[in-house]
Design a protein around this ligand. Sequence first.
Ligand SMILES: Cc1cc2nc3c(=O)[nH]c(=O)nc-3n(C[C@H](O)[C@H](O)[C@H](O)COP(=O)(O)OP(=O)(O)OC[C@H]3O[C@@H](n4cnc5c(N)ncnc54)[C@H](O)[C@@H]3O)c2cc1C
Length: 344
Amino acid sequence: MKEIRIEGGGICGLALGQALAAQKVPVTLLEKGRYPRHRVCGEFLAGITPATLRVLGLQNLFANAPLARTVVWYKGETRIARHTLPGEVPCQSRFVLDSELARRFTAAGGNLQTGQRVNPHEPALEGTVRTLGKASGQSARLGLKAHFQDLVLEEVDLEMHLGKNAYVGLTKVENGYVNVCGLFEQKRGLQAQKDQWLPTYLRASGLHRLADRISNAHIRPGSFCGVSGFSFGLPETEKEKAASSLSLGDCHAMIPPFTGNGMTMAMESAALAFPYLLEYSQGQTDWPQTKRRLAYARDHSFNGRMQRAVWLQKLLQKEVTQNVLCKIAQRNLFPFTLIYRLLH
Ligand SMILES: Cc1cc2nc3c(=O)[nH]c(=O)nc-3n(C[C@H](O)[C@H](O)[C@H](O)COP(=O)(O)OP(=O)(O)OC[C@H]3O[C@@H](n4cnc5c(N)ncnc54)[C@H](O)[C@@H]3O)c2cc1C
């Protein structure tokens, strides 16, 4: 069997690697970091289906994860809506999820090389799949997250808070911790100590009550992290598109986080790629054909959802449209279920 090389050991790379390794494909995975590690993420897997997990051989992956069904939305300090998701959604921290996937990858016979940084600007060799996560670039966005103990969610499984140029999600993860993760507009000149970044940004976004709640809770040691310099949606130029022809997950395109669908898309990308790469490894197709067919399948599966999510995020970020959407939600007229189905 021909070897597959995977660059990047996040959700997509690890899920794909372990599915291939379980079929006796020789897989080498290069990851710059080490496990376990905390990562900026809402840790809420909206839209994940048993069918996707079955293709990857990961049916029991979320057996012990808390499940979310009810959501409450706030704008600033005002509660605007409460709704029920169409199905239960697993919530699992990246601390647990990535290390469990890494464990399963090596248990299946995969060759995991941590502490290995690859150069994303070098052309990829035959048999290489890039799952390096978000492309780094210039952007005014900042993602912050931390886990807290003694932080009680308000009668629901998931809280969503809309602030000024910001939104923040709260979910229950393992061992009674609550994950607080927000997407903010970077504010030059804002000063704070590392453990105060989250409350400082919450206050700067007008979310004072939430800032008070987390200031009164206990932070999980080591869980605070931040990320910046990323953009959402499809690659803009043909050059970028060509360069990412065998990129999967965020490395190809990143869906806005409010959908809670990025990790699901990473898993779906892995499930989509799995049969193509298995055929290549078994010698049934050559590499150019594998790349072409897989890139076509990927674009066909994800581009529509990505464009709808980017469009809706623009509405959520503008003060005027945010106010209109909130008025609709307060009258119980917001089509949450329809929007959910369009985005997952
Ligand atoms: C603020 C925020 C909140 C989010 N909330 C949610 C949510 O609630 N639910 C959800 O489903 N999604 C959420 N997402 C999105 C989600 O985190 C991503 O879509 C998902 O992690 C994509 O998986 P991936 O495998 O493509 O990339 P990643 O999980 O990012 O993995 C990429 C891997 O590549 C490694 N890597 C990077 N560069 C190199 C290099 N040069 N050499 C070697 N290794 C490298 C990284 O260390 C990492 O392990 C959120 C994102 C943000 C920014």
